[in-house]
Design a protein around this ligand. Structure first.
Ligand code: HEM
Length: 503
């Protein structure tokens, strides 16, 4: 006993010392963060803060101007709610990636999550056990190993689209949409197949129409009404019969679509499971795990019906509130067509590279990708130039922090300007900027289009392989030329984007 006492004493003293030092460090950090200024930013208006600027429908340009004037990290408020804007890749990596433990929640989105009903899907969940469960399952399903099993579906969908485009080339945009919303091609077709084992028949397919309506209604309500609701959450109780209730009526209408959107594919697959005709897919695996509480997913996860509904829908188009998987890929494919129409020199060069590889005798396949270096530059540049979600999705900081001598307050919304930080002259289409630089930071920065840290897009590898297959095969098999007007003069399409949170 007596020989243990000194040991206990020294242990106690040691532990007390560590606790005291940790406490002092924490207190001084907290005090330090209190006394530090917030990052610089534009002056706020009384009461509403910077709400007028934040209401812009070209927010990425507004942020870019702030970045030039005030530096990489800006601080603004909207009716007292702090917002931190990251205008450089470095700042975004330092905070969203390296400190992702505290920069990975989502801010409260009253309109989208609470009124329209998107709050339970992964892209809108705040950090917590449910977020971790859904994220774990989706990451598992879209890991590099797993997606190799989807290649046959991707091929089938891509080839069907090529056939459509070849048969009626004038309907290119319709095909890209059909392709993307329909099952005839890479994005939607593959996702619906992988998620529900569902094959879309034609453009009027009920699930596709529903996804379309749901996405459009959500985007239409994502403007100023949404902002106002997020700023004054009590507005969610505004009665639909009262004056100025347009936003509320729209939210109620959208919610009815969102509920159908969650439920209809689920009912469809349930019926097919009962009939024994359901194909192997993510939802069948989830339901099997739910039934047996063991199976393809981690045994430690208890899966219930709402998990099945919400995991399926976030993949199908659940993120349509900000970023539908269909719409993003569709936006990138449209940007691809536009870029190559406007830059015929790039088209010829990349066509030559592909022809050399295939000998003009076969289609391009996944394992060609490593030996098409110029194509890879074009693809990266299309993803950068067509960046479908220029401001990513907002994160939320869950603890007080400091960065570069500034105080970063807990609960601040953190936004990242992917459009601006991705290179000088962001509006120029220049695949050469990546030539010989694929293994450098210059090329890696394009990944910012897919977000950061614990929230980074889990579908990135899958989306890129889809984009690769369809783009390379369009180049391999088709000529892209401008349409001509009645006088035979080529029509140059304008570079215009839809003004919404998805381009
Ligand atoms: C070119 C196509 C795509 C782009 C540009 C894109 C981009 C993004 C971005 C910027 C985020 C937010 C990241 C952040 O908060 O930091 C995100 C989240 C997400 N993406 Fe994608 N994405 C694409 C395709 C896909 C596909 C095909 C899937 C499905 C397999 C998918 C599934 C998701 C999910 C589930 C989230 C939410 C993750 C979370 O909140 O934790 N995405 N995506």
């Amino acid at each position: 006993m007596s020989s243990l006492s000194p040991l206990l004493d020294s242990t106690t003293v040691g532990v007390s010392f560590v606790i005291a030092v940790t406490g002092l460090v924490a207190i001084s950090k907290w005090k330090g963060s209190q006394s530090l200024p917030y990052p610089p930013g534009p002056p706020p208006d009384p009461i509403i803060g910077n709400a007028r600027a934040m209401g812009s429908d070209e927010l990425e340009r507004v942020f870019a101007a702030w970045g030039k004037k005030y530096g990489d990290v800006n601080y603004v408020t909207v009716v007292g709610q702090p917002i931190i804007v990251l205008n450089s890749y470095q700042a975004a990596r330092d905070l969203l990636e390296k400190r992702s433990g505290i920069y990975s929640s989502r801010p409260r989105m009253v309109m989208l999550s609470e009124l329209m009903g998107w709050g339970d899907v992964l892209s809108h969940q705040r950090v917590g056990p449910r977020f971790r469960k859904h994220r774990g399952i989706i990451q598992e399903q879209f890991s590099a190993k797993q997606i190799s099993q989807y290649m046959h579906i991707q091929r089938k969908e891509a080839y069907a689209t090529l056939a459509d485009l070849g048969n009626t080339p004038d309907d290119l945009m319709k095909h890209l949409k059909r392709v993307l919303h329909n099952g005839a091609l890479t994005a939607a077709g593959t996702i619906l197949n992988v998620t529900y084992g569902y094959t879309v028949k034609d453009c009027n397919d009920p699930l596709v129409t529903l996804a379309d309506e749901c996405t459009s209604a959500t985007i239409a309500g994502g403007g100023p009404g949404s902002l106002l609701c997020d700023l004054v959450p009590a507005l969610k109780y505004w009665p639909t019969w009262a004056p100025f209730s347009g936003f509320k009526k729209h939210a109620v209408y959208t919610r009815s679509l969102v509920e159908r959107f969650f439920d209809e594919p689920y009912q469809w697959i349930k019926t097919h499971m009962v009939e024994g005709t359901a194909k192997q897919c993510i939802t069948v695996d989830l339901m099997e795990t739910m039934r047996t509480q063991s199976g393809p997913y981690r045994a430690s996860e208890t899966i219930d019906t709402t998990d099945v509904l919400h995991i399926g829908s976030v993949l199908y188009a659940g993120e349509s509130t900000d970023l539908s998987t269909f719409l993003q890929t569709s936006a990138i494919l449209k940007a691809f067509v536009l870029a190559l129409l406007l830059h015929p020199g790039v088209f010829s060069k990349v066509r030559e590279e592909i022809d050399q590889k295939t000998g003009k005798e076969r289609l391009v396949d996944f394992d060609d990708r490593d030996s098409l270096p110029y194509f890879e530059c074009v693809m990266k540049e299309v993803i950068r130039w067509g960046c479908p979600i220029p401001l990513g999705m907002p994160h939320q900081l869950t603890e007080n922090d400091t960065y570069q001598g500034y105080s970063m307050p807990k609960d601040a919304t953190v936004m990242f300007n992917a459009w601006f930080v991705l290179y000088p002259e962001p509006e120029q289409f220049m695949p050469e900027r990546f030539w010989g630089k694929m293994d450098t930071e210059v090329a890696r920065q394009v990944n910012a289009v897919f977000g950061f840290g614990r929230r980074v897009c889990p579908g990135k590898a899958f989306a890129e392989s889809n984009i690769f297959l369809i783009m390379s095969n369009i180049i391999a098999t088709m000529d892209l030329t401008k349409a001509v007007d009645e006088a035979g003069v080529p029509i140059t399409p304008p570079v215009e984007y839809t003004k919404s949170f998805i381009k």
